[in-house]
Each structure stands twice: as structure tokens, then as C-alpha cells.
Design a protein around this ligand. Structure first.
Ligand code: NAD
Length: 361
């Protein structure tokens, strides 16, 4: 239900700046924003260094790697920005409370395509298990042997899903199709997934003890920061596979590396990395990577890393672009956008944070 919004935009004069615009998403944004005249795209991410670029703009749009922490939000307010459209589901990089205090409206794109992310998690699982990158490399060197390529059936394996929200629920349905037994951990339980897909909700310790494959799909909050750490790794089965397509900070990477090195963790597949900002989405092929943890991850044979690409499907990019301009349209019409985190959904944001903060791991 759309309600009247406090701030108004004027279609004739509204100026929108897109930070962190990727070449592959710009055509989708241009198509969705057709009637909006004054739209600018820049490649730089929002940060305290780049906040001045927003001067003269009413609306900015940012992505998952941008920094919209408290001091950046305060500076944005000074530049005159009153609306922020996040082109992502997660908003861990945005200080929603500060924006609300200053009267800056913030909206996200919460359900642009949970399929894109869940399917990418499955891609990582299958590629790691069936050693697809090794196989591809081998056959391109005319080595057609299979000795290095033995995997396991997913059928009847136990898959633990941490965070069974929009993306986690799709993963439940996909893995049910593979014939897996499904364990879930979440602060909220979905009865339908239990009844139709036999998802068993268990506590986090039990999930870690029993699962052959663990896939994490929580949002990043102070409570989920380093949720997967050495304490939980020690509970896991020898040779467990861990998949992370949520946020890098949900796992303690140093603990994961230790588990990989001592052989307790068999495989690690991730689309995100806790220090990805400034590296993922950029071409470092002729530059040196200075981050020792990232270098270590890249050197391990049982690690498969992708550069935060899970959202990069045609459908997801189309929906993100549409959702972004829907927010701007709502703001022009003096309405709260349905996905406005600072007003329409603020109670949900708060309740959810409370619920997550009181949950026990
Ligand atoms: P969602 O809000 O629908 O689901 C998150 C789930 O995590 C919820 O069910 C919530 O109750 C649960 N949760 C949160 N805190 C918890 C806690 N402390 N203990 C147990 N459960 C907890 O969100 P979603 O759309 O499924 O997306 C999940 C996350 O995936 C996003 O927040 C984002 O960080 C990430 N994501 C990544 C990409 C990518 O390209 N790699 C794209 C989209 C989203």
C-alpha cells in the first residue's frame, strides 16, 4: 500500500546520479529510466571521497559495494540529496537510521530475482563437486583423463541452509529437486517449506554438525557478522562444503582458510568476500593484489571464487532497473515506495533487526 511521502520530486527538474554504474547494467537502467531526462552515470562508488559528486542531485542510486555509512549520509544531506535508491537487496552498507533521522528516503530492491542468487549458489556447489574448472583446464591442455575429477552424488546428501528468506527458500526448492535432505536455520520459520519440501528447521549447531553442504543466505547484520566461524567449523563434518553468496562478512574468512588448510573444510565456494570493496568489479589483471587473505583464497585448489556476479542475470538486471525507477516515480508522485526502508518498511527493518539480535546461534 503506497502512502503519501513527505518529500516530493519534480519530474521536470529531478536530477539522479547513479554511482557504481557497471557497463553491463547501464543499458537496463537507460531503458527503464526512459522518461527521466536528467540521469547521470558514474563508475565510481559512493564514499567519503566521492560524496561531493552528488552535489546538485536530488536522488542518488548506489550498489552493494558503496559506502553509505553515517558520515557519508551526513555529507550527502549537505549536498542536497534527499532520496537514495539501492540497486541491491542487502542494505548492510547503508545507515538507515541516520538517513531516517535526516529525512533522506532510502529504498532497496528486495526481490529482483532470488532465482539468480540461488541458482548461482547451486552453480558453485556443482562446479566445486564435479571439479568443472579443473576439467575445463585439463581438456584445453588435451588431457582427457578423469582421475582428478571424481565428485559425489548430491542425491540424498544433507544440505543446510542458513537464512531461509527469499533466496534460501528458492534454494530449498532446487535442492529438494536433487533429492537432498534439507535442514534450515532462521529466526523465522516457513511452514510451507516444511510441509511441501520437508525442510527441517534445526538450531545452527545441529545444522553444522549434520550437513554435508552448508549454504549461507542471511542478510549481514551486526548479529550475522562472522556467523560462520571456527567454533562452528569445528562442529562440521570432515570435508564439508561451504557456499557463501550472501555477504563476505557473514563468514570469518581467516577461520575458513584455516579449515581449508587443515582439511576440515573440503570445499569453499563464494561469490562474496569480506574485503571485496574496491577489488571485486574491477580489473586487476595487470595489478598486484595486496590483500594476503584474498591471495591465499585464490591459491587454494578447493576454493571457487566468483566476483559478486550472482545478481548478474538479464532478468535480475531488468528487475533492478525497473525497481529503481519505480522508487523514483513514487517519490515524484509524492508516494512512499513500497520498499522504502526509512518509512513504509521501517517497522519491519526494526522488528527484523530486533528478532535477529535476540536469536541464539
Ligand atoms: P531475506 O531478507 O529474504 O532473507 C534473509 C533471511 O535471513 C531472513 O529469512 C532472515 O530471517 C534471516 N536472518 C537474518 N538474520 C538472521 C540471524 N541472525 N539468524 C538466523 N536467520 C537470520 O533476504 P534475501 O533476499 O534472501 O537475501 C539474503 C542476502 O543475500 C541479502 O541480504 C544479500 O546480502 C545477499 N545477496 C547477495 C547477492 C549477490 O549478488 N551475491 C544478491 C542478492 C542478495
Amino acid at each position: 500500500m503506497k502512502r503519501k511521502c513527505q518529500n516530493f520530486l519534480n519530474i521536470e527538474t529531478v536530477k539522479t546520479l547513479f554511482y557504481s554504474t557497471k557497463d553491463f547494467e547501464q543499458p537496463f537502467l537507460e531503458a527503464a529510466g526512459g522518461r527521466h531526462k536528467d540521469v547521470s552515470f558514474i563508475r565510481e562508488a559512493l564514499s567519503i571521497q566521492t560524496v561531493n559528486k552528488a552535489k546538485g542531485f536530488d536522488v542518488i542510486s548506489i550498489f552493494a559495494g558503496d559506502d553509505a555509512s553515517s558520515n557519508v549520509i551526513a555529507e550527502l544531506y549537505q549536498t542536497g540529496v534527499r532520496f537514495i535508491a539501492i540497486r541491491a537487496a542487502g542494505y548492510d552498507n547503508v545507515d538507515i537510521k541516520k538517513a531516517r533521522e535526516l529525512g533522506i528516503a532510502v529504498a532497496n530492491a528486495p526481490a529482483y530475482s532470488p532465482y539468480a542468487i540461488a541458482e548461482h549458489a547451486v552453480t558453485l556447489m556443482l562446479a566445486l563437486n564435479r571439479k568443472i574448472t579443473t576439467a575445463d583446464n585439463q581438456v584445453h591442455h588435451q588431457n582427457f583423463t578423469v582421475s582428478n575429477l571424481v565428485g559425489f552424488d548430491l542425491n540424498r546428501k544433507i544440505v543446510g541452509i542458513i537464512g531461509v528468506g527469499k533466496i534460501g527458500s528458492i534454494l530449498v526448492k532446487i535442492m529438494h529437486g536433487f533429492g537432498c535432505r534439507l535442514l534450515g536455520y532462521d529466526v523465522r520459520q516457513n511452514k510451507e517449506l516444511n510441509e511441501e519440501y520437508k525442510l527441517e528447521y534445526v538450531d545452527l549447531g545441529a545444522l553444522c554438525r549434520e550437513a554435508d553442504i552448508i549454504s549461507i543466505h542471511t542478510s549481514l547484520t551486526p548479529h550475522t557478522k562472522y556467523m560462520l566461524n571456527s567454533k562452528l567449523v569445528n562442529l562440521m563434518k570432515q570435508g564439508v562444503m561451504i557456499i557463501n553468496t550472501s555477504r563476505g562478512g557473514c563468514v570469518n574468512t581467516a577461520d575458513i582458510i584455516a579449515g581449508l588448510e587443515n582439511g576440515h573444510i573440503g570445499y569453499y565456494g563464494a561469490d562474496v568476500y569480506e574485503n571485496e570493496r574496491g577489488v571485486f568489479f574491477y580489473d586487476y589483471s595487470d595489478k598486484e593484489i595486496r590483500d594476503p587473505m584474498l591471495k591465499k583464497l585464490l591459491s587454494l585448489p578447493n576454493v571457487l571464487l566468483t566476483p559478486h556476479q550472482a545478481f548478474a542475470t538479464q532478468e535480475a538486471l531488468f528487475n533492478i532497473a525497473e525497481a529503481t525507477f519505480d522508487h523514483i516515480d513514487c517519490w515524484e508522485n509524492g508516494q512512499d515506495s513500497e520498499n522504502e526502508l526509512t518509512r513504509a518498511s521501517y517497522e519491519i527493518v526494526l522488528q527484523h533487526q530486533q528478532l535477529c539480535n535476540t536469536s541464539k546461534n
